[in-house]
Ligand binder design. Sequence first.
Ligand code: IMP
Length: 212
Amino acid sequence: MRVVNKIVLASLNPHKFLEFRSLLSHYPEVELLSVEGLIRNAGKLDSVETHPSYLENALAKSRLANQGCHYPCLADDSGLEVISLQGRPGVKSRRYALPKAGQSQDHANVQKLLEELQGKPESERQARFVATLALSLEGISLHAAGILEGTIAQSPRGTHGFGYDPIFIPKGSNRTLAEMTDAEKNSISHRAVALKELMTIARARNIQFARP
Ligand code: IMP
């Protein structure tokens, strides 16, 4: 049996750190540590995200981080898939558009996607967020995936969250993710679903989440 009470998040994205810290509040035995300052190879995390699948990218990041420290390392690779665009932006979601001067990457991505879907009816705006998580520790890696179904809004709404949140309306809602509170997003998100599954898989592999 392995006992785990600290997990390093193998990500340089501060939004993801906050989201995972909040998601892990359901597992009070586990403390989430930031990779920055803790792992000497942290700067390489973005450069190993070159694979064609979420799973390969998540595994590359969790393994790289785990090589640089003695803590279990959790990584996530995620993206937005629009059905009528054959799954684009998909695994390339983070750098979908070329940002113009003075524009953030997230803003450029949202604008590009809205332009591609301009004039398309609701039936062609179906999309889903996908997240694949990988946990690497002591020579093993576990993984799990989660999905959040929804549609792409006609224009951005809301100020919370990050990335494509202002244009993603989860199924069964009339608000975008950016119009929801963090707690609302975290109760339905693709990362929440994947994390729950990952914790179940870890427990089945005899990994105990417990205080020291
Ligand atoms: P990566 O997993 O770091 O490669 O980043 C995935 C990209 O997908 C992010 O930069 C966002 O553009 C997008 N994305 C993933 N999850 C979310 C989410 O929960 N909300 C909004 N955008 C997301």
